[in-house]
Design a protein around this ligand. Sequence first.
Ligand SMILES: N[C@@H](CCC(=O)N[C@@H](CS)C(=O)NCC(=O)O)C(=O)O
Length: 211
Amino acid sequence: MITIHHLGVSQSDRVVWLMEELGLPYKLVWHRRGPDNLMPASYLALHPAATAPVIQDGDRTIAESAAILEYICHKYGGGRFTVSPDKPNYPDYVYWMHFNNNTLGLFFARLALGTQPPGPDAERVGGLIKRREDGYARYMEQTLAKQPYLAGNELTCADIMCVFNLVSLPSFTGRTDIPHVKAYLARIAERPAYIKAMKIAGPAATPPDGS
Ligand SMILES: N[C@@H](CCC(=O)N[C@@H](CS)C(=O)NCC(=O)O)C(=O)O
């Protein structure tokens, strides 16, 4: 059985959501963040990359959300929630599977910008961040204006990858120019597997023992 190492308030809730969508059994091990809000020693010890999520499958320890989702779907889900290269919606699937790179880039750019003194350099970087963020929002809005999910008519791992970013980044959630993205998030929030996964491991969840 797959063990999901869940870091509180982190991207590892994606794996719980996928397992609930697939209806597969799993063991959840909770790791609470430390007082510094960073991952605890128990999580750092799991994998050299020291990022959440991490899963264990037998003697393999696997990191990276996108890799984990595809691994589980192909190995245990008969390819469900993935799109193969021969399908017309494969370009959408593969783009949105990798979209996380963009949001992570923006997150770290904003952190770096916060350390810059005001001045022309900070303004230039701020402008660059805004231009890129606007572009990503525009493309997602256009995509969801023509189809209910990011890769077409059905939920895929691409949605499971992107939703975490959308609900956790204030620069996205605060926008008023993405009505189709907001309608999409409302649709996702009604999925029974999503509701269950967020209760178990979402940002507001606490470990079962309440510790
Ligand atoms: N690209 C990685 C990013 C993982 C990542 O940055 N995870 C954050 C949690 S959301 C993390 O490990 N942070 C370290 C920490 O919080 O101490 C993935 O999708 O798995």
